[in-house]
Design a protein around this ligand. Structure first.
Ligand SMILES: Cc1ncc(COP(=O)(O)O)c(C=O)c1O
Length: 367
């Protein structure tokens, strides 16, 4: 019995013929760059997120950097974000020679602690990038209030949270812009790299569309310095087919999460994820805080249960970034969570019998 950490095969079996048809259609029309599937997908994604504009991109990383380029983020500008995320969140800041300013996380939701943000705002602060980690948004309404008060931009890093919502408003639709990723293991993933920016701002959308094609305003006329940030037509075609399953998959992910929480929340050495009222998580990951994390991981591996550590190290301790950080805060919630967190197999198709086995193995470990 081999339990996949992220089961992509079951989904593919469900729609393989349709995906094949979609791919054949692209091969037949031959418009591999910015073919008709791009617009079709962007329209469907805007409708899903209830945003005016969706601009698909070559990755989630590019979906983060494109709005920052559009806002002309300058060297030395300060950008407030979380130290508990995937590296791309601060990579884009560093690439623009701006400065990441960290706010520690709330250890229950793993998202940045909104109460600590105003202390970190200076006259150089331009932007806040909250991350909706593991599929759960932070309180983006409270963040918007802070941004309004201090005249800051708000860019949600929703690379793990496509499909999540807060009081029925979708991840991606908050703030000035939202970025997401279609990396294969994400809640909505393609078969390669991909991403999207969402915004209700017409000027920003227009600027980002130019920036993703090298800053081109008319053919071979450039109005700004951009990047090659387009999504491939083939990936758009694949996403269109996967999108038809997505609403149901969100429900399935929440059922998988509930089956874990029902079985594990009574173990005193284990803390299950907290989803506050009004929030719906996309459950990109199901992550526990546990005692004896490394021993548990080893025990599960011996019992053929794959796990992952997202993330073993806080971003403020990553070597290439040390020179950008001039305070010696140790972000104690983040460093503590890095030592205790473990993610269990999670996908819409993680099945109940595999979960029973996983849950029982964890229960046995703590006996
Ligand atoms: C929080 C976060 N930000 C940014 C990214 C970057 O996305 P991508 O891998 O599509 O460039 C990821 C994904 O891996 C992520 O998890």
């Amino acid at each position: 019995m081999k339990i996949p950490f992220c089961d992509l095969a079951t989904q593919q079996n469900l729609i393989k013929n349709k995906i094949d048809e979609r791919i054949q259609k692209v091969l037949a029309h031959g418009r591999y760059i910015m073919g008709p599937e791009i617009k079709e997908l962007e329209d469907q994604l805007s409708a899903f997120t209830q945003t005016k504009h969706c601009i698909t991109t070559s990755s989630g990383t590019d979906a983060l950097i494109l709005p920052m380029l559009a806002w002309d983020i300058q060297p030395g500008d300060e950008i407030i974000t979380t130290p508990f995320s995937f590296i791309a969140t601060i990579e884009v800041i560093a690439l623009l020679k701006a400065k990441p300013v960290f706010v520690d996380i709330d250890p229950h939701t793993f998202n940045l602690d909104i109460n600590q943000i105003e202390n970190k705002i200076s006259n150089k602060t331009k932007l806040i990038i909250p991350v909706s980690l593991f599929g759960l948004t932070p309180d983006l309404n409270a963040l918007q209030d802070i941004c309004n008060k201090h005249n800051l931009k708000l860019l949600e890093d929703g690379c793990q949270s496509f499909g999540a919502s807060l009081n029925d408003k979708k991840s991606g639709s908050f703030g000035d812009a939202g970025a997401t990723s279609f990396f294969p293991a994400k809640p909505l993933g393609c078969y390669g790299d991909g991403g999207a920016v969402f915004t209700n701002d017409d000027d920003l959308a227009e600027k980002i569309k130019q920036l993703r094609v090298h800053g081109q305003s008319k053919q071979y006329i450039y109005s700004s310095i951009g990047i090659n940030g387009r999504l491939d037509t083939l990936q758009a075609a694949i996403l269109l087919e996967k999108l038809s399953l997505f609403e149901n998959e969100l429900k399935l992910r929440n059922q998988v999460a509930k089956r874990y929480s029902d079985a594990l929340s009574n173990i005193k050495e284990v803390i299950c994820p907290t989803i506050p009222n009004g929030y719906q998580s996309a459950f990109a990951q199901y992550s526990l805080l546990v005692e004896k994390r490394d021993q548990l991981k080893e025990y599960l591996a011996k019992n053929d249960i794959p796990t992952a550590i997202y993330y073993p190290t806080s971003l403020h301790q990553q070597t290439p970034y040390l020179k950008l950080i001039d305070d010696d805060t140790d972000y104690e919630n983040t460093t503590s969570v890095c030592k205790r967190i473990i993610s269990l197999p999670m996908s819409a198709y993680t099945n109940a019998s595999d979960q029973e086995y996983i849950n029982q193995t964890i229960i046995d470990f703590y006996k």
